[in-house]
Every structure is written in structure tokens, then in C-alpha cells.
Write a protein that binds this ligand. Structure first.
Ligand SMILES: [Zn+2]
Length: 190
């Protein structure tokens, strides 16, 4: 790595206020870079890595039903399932899977604007989207949320997808690449 790269911002997304100005959070910098302030100190590394993850509904990942399977990578015609589906009761509270800034409250379906998703960009660059949430009044772009904070209530899917297991769909990306949410989000406590 060149010396100039040591000031690359680790942070992605639009928050901006938690840019850590380090490109090497895992202790790979040289002693010279460390002394010059170009590499993170131990406390900074802990700060970078502390983003926590929680289960959005308390449910397991849904299995298979007539609408398909709920696991990451499951077949969906000519594509694959980009997230994991966490089983929910219709209308139950849904919590933030991680903390960060709300960077979008969007619409998954152009033909039905009643359905919404909430996008959270965390301090270490993970971007999580939680689908089929009626967002609370305070859940707006630019708001800060904590992991496990209630974002809103689950929106019933059975009208659009007859026979489907009600759920919240979670997608997680880092640097634009999809990640299997189950590698970060804990299973429910049995
Ligand atoms: Zn899904």
C-alpha cells in the first residue's frame, strides 16, 4: 500500500460524520504509518468493528412455501433471492437489524406504493435494507437509529403473494456486494 492510501476513508454511504480516515482497520499498517497517524490505534479499531446486529422480528428464516424459499440465494426464476426472509406476525413491531443513519425510506414495488423499505447505513459501511415495514413517524431519511430500535410494523404480504409465510425481507450490502444476512444476524433464541 502506498503512503497516500493510508488516509482513505473506510466509511461508505452518505452519513459522512463518522469517517474514520483509515484504510487499514485490521492492523496491517507499518510502524512508520502508525507513528505518523496514518493507521488506526487500538481503540479506533474497536470502534470500527463494534457495529452490532440483531434479529428484526425474533423469527427464524422462513423455509419454503408456494412462493419460494426464504434463504439467501434461493431461486427466483431467472435471478436469486437477494436477502433473507425473517418470519413475522402480520403487523408486529420490526426492529432495526443494526444501528446507523436512515439513508432511504423507499418503495419496493412501483405498482403498489403502500409497501415500504427502510435502509440503514452503519458506521462501518454495511448497508441494510428491511422490507415490508410501515415506518414509524420518526423513521425518515437522515434519522439515526440504534440496533433493536423499533422501525415500524410488518406489512401483510398475503394479499400480494397468496400463501406466503409473512416475513420481513432483509438485504445487506457492503461496497455494493450482497452479503448473506445470516452471517451477521443472530438466529432467534429458541
Ligand atoms: Zn425475501
Amino acid at each position: 500500500m502506498g503512503a497516500g492510501e493510508a488516509t482513505t476513508c473506510l466509511r461508505v454511504g452518505s452519513t459522512g460524520n463518522r469517517c474514520l480516515n483509515f484504510s487499514d482497520p485490521f492492523g496491517l499498517c507499518s510502524e512508520e504509518q502508525r507513528k505518523s497517524g496514518g493507521c488506526p490505534q487500538k481503540g479506533d479499531v474497536a470502534d470500527v468493528q463494534k457495529q452490532t446486529w440483531v434479529n428484526p422480528t425474533g423469527g427464524a428464516v422462513r423455509g419454503c412455501d408456494k412462493q419460494g424459499c426464504g434463504n439467501f440465494g434461493a431461486p427466483r426464476g431467472d435471478r436469486t433471492h437477494a436477502g433473507a426472509d425473517y418470519v413475522a406476525r402480520t403487523g408486529q413491531d420490526v426492529v432495526a437489524v443494526t444501528g446507523g443513519e436512515v439513508t432511504n425510506v423507499g418503495y419496493p414495488y412501483g405498482d403498489d406504493l403502500s409497501f415500504r423499505y427502510v435502509e440503514i447505513t452503519g458506521s462501518d459501511g454495511y448497508v441494510a435494507r428491511e422490507f415490508y415495514i410501515q415506518p414509524g413517524a420518526n423513521v425518515q431519511t437522515g434519522a439515526r437509529v440504534q440496533a433493536a430500535q423499533v422501525l415500524g410494523t410488518q406489512q401483510r404480504l398475503g394479499g400480494r403473494y397468496p400463501g406466503i409465510t409473512e416475513h420481513v425481507h432483509v438485504e445487506i450490502r457492503r461496497s455494493g456486494r450482497l452479503i448473506d444476512p445470516t452471517t451477521l444476524i443472530p438466529n432467534p433464541v429458541p
